[in-house]
Design a protein around this ligand. Structure first.
Ligand code: SF4
Length: 470
């Protein structure tokens, strides 16, 4: 899928391991499997002989780490991070994990999400004399821990966690323990696994599969896990709020082989396709999906409609992800580099083209025109997310409201703009049922804010939408 080109960008991926002598190398493999969540920077910090050390850099995991770099990172505990800069901007200093040293010891911090009261807290902390090294939200959390007067480190962490708002999945490493915390609404996925006697924590379960670890359970909203020589201990830092797991994790971000809060992502997407076929049938000869995330949706649409699935679009996997290119002109050029229509498949056919979302509309327009240039006689666009009408404040770059094509236009206007013969979005109810979270029980809720404008948390006066910093 090409959401990154149309203004819907990933957030970050985090991975941690405790109790394995090859911690850095396993973290490298874990991060590699989470690379789809962020490609702007990567880093690993290890705990060894009572101290922390790390390596980080800009670019892909394979660019940042060579074999020699990993060999130098010795230790039986590690955390790692792949970054897409939603808040605070890019730049080396914002690549995580962030490492802090003080007289009371060192700690490393990796964060996935976006804090909605970070600027308020930062202003207050600066007023009390704190000096910040980065422009990232994440550093605010470290300062809150250091300023806490609570008697133990765990109490200090809990006090800090209770002051921050928004979406966060944190991993924190000291020489004594690995800590994992999820915000009270549980916007982001975070899972716990086992690898022999070692414990692993990751944004997505695909990171467990790649290293041969087994899934244990989800980290619960409002929970703080403390993993140390004594095993795993669970504490709460906040009462559990209604679950607001990000809908876009199922629709776009997560890998199809991951389970997000117990639901397989490929299955959820296939069901989205089946539902779309019922809600928005089309008279067509073939169904094709925009790779990668919409392939599963297209398979579901084909199965339910009886229209054959075909590989009408091919992604060139050896082109770097286009969103790191700075200008719109370069991004649009990147669409062509990344995606090609299969002329022999689409020529002379009425095509159902399935994609996960329309953000600015630019990419959809280009794909429709690409299919027509390749000979498609009709192009019917089906979208597996409801229209995105509001910006995200929780760690996903969805562009500003002004740029969101569905915020200001009807479906018919969008259809004309992208040049499709027909256009339909899945309904909100259909999306929830297809994913498998139809009930509104507090434990099974989903965040719908970018479709409804109803944000599950207070937005601090200084909350910023998660926009690409350019
Ligand atoms: S606003 Fe949208 S993108 Fe952001 S967390 Fe909610 S569902 Fe996900």
């Amino acid at each position: 899928m090409l959401a990154e080109i149309k203004g819907l960008n990933e957030e970050c991926g985090i991975f941690g391991i405790w109790g394995h002598e090859d911690a850095a190398r396993l973290t490298y493999y874990g991060l590699h499997s989470l690379q789809h969540r962020g490609q702007e920077g990567a880093g690993i910090v290890v705990a060894h002989n009572g101290s922390l050390s790390g390596h980080k850099g800009l670019g892909l995991v394979t660019d940042v780490f060579q074999s020699g770099t990993l060999d130098a990172l010795k230790g039986a505990a590690a955390i790692g991070h792949v970054r897409y800069s939603t808040a605070g901007g890019g730049g080396y200093e914002n690549v995580q994990p962030l490492l802090f040293r003080s007289q009371t010891g060192a700690m490393a911090l990796a964060h996935n999400g976006n804090l909605t009261n970070a600027i308020e807290l930062k202003l207050a902390l600066e007023g009390q004399g704190s000096i910040f090294q980065t422009t990232s939200d994440t550093e605010v959390f470290a300062h809150l821990i250091r300023r806490s007067q609570a008697p133990t480190f765990v109490e200090q962490m809990k006090e800090a966690l209770s002051q921050i708002e928004g979406a966060f999945a944190f991993l924190l490493l000291t020489e004594k323990a690995l800590y994992a915390a999820l915000d009270p609404h549980g916007f982001r996925p975070l899972s716990l696994g086992r690898l022999g006697s070692a414990y692993v924590v990751a944004s997505e379960t695909c990171a467990f599969d790649v290293i041969g670890a087994t899934y244990e359970r989800e980290v619960a909203p409002g929970e703080l896990l403390i993993i140390s020589r004594e095993g795993v201990r669970s504490e709460r830092f906040a009462s559990r709020q209604p679950r607001s797991i990000c809908s876009m994790e199922y629709i776009y971000f997560a890998r199809p082989d991951s389970h997000v809060d117990g639901i397989n992502v490929h299955t959820a997407r296939k069901n989205l396709g089946k539902r779309l076929a019922l809600e928005a049938p089309a008279e067509a000869d073939i169904v094709t999906g925009v790779p990668d995330s919409s392939i599963s949706v297209a398979i579901g649409y084909a199965e339910a409609s009886g229209i054959p699935y075909e590989l009408g679009l091919i992604k060139n996997r050896y082109v770097g992800r286009t969103f790191i290119q700075p200008s719109q002109a370069l991004r649009e050029q990147g669409v062509k580099m990344k995606l090609s229509p299969v002329r022999g498949v689409v020529a002379g056919k009425r095509v159902v083209m399935v994609d996960d979302s329309i953000v600015r509309g630019t990419t959809s327009r280009r794909i429709v025109s690409m299919l027509r240039e390749a000979g498609a006689v009709e192009v019917h666009v089906r979208i597996s997310a409801p229209p995105i009408t509001h910006p995200c404040f929780y760690g996903i770059d969805t562009s500003s409201k002004e740029e969101l094509i569905a915020a200001n236009r009807t479906v018919e206007e969008i259809r004309r703009l992208i040049g499709a013969d027909s256009l339909a979005f899945i309904s909100q109810e259909g999306m929830l049922e297809a994913i498998g979270r139809p009930d509104v029980s507090p434990e099974r809720g989903q965040c719908l804010a970018c479709f409804t404008g109803q944000y599950p948390t207070r937005l601090g006066q200084t909350a910023r939408p998660c926009l690409t910093m350019k």
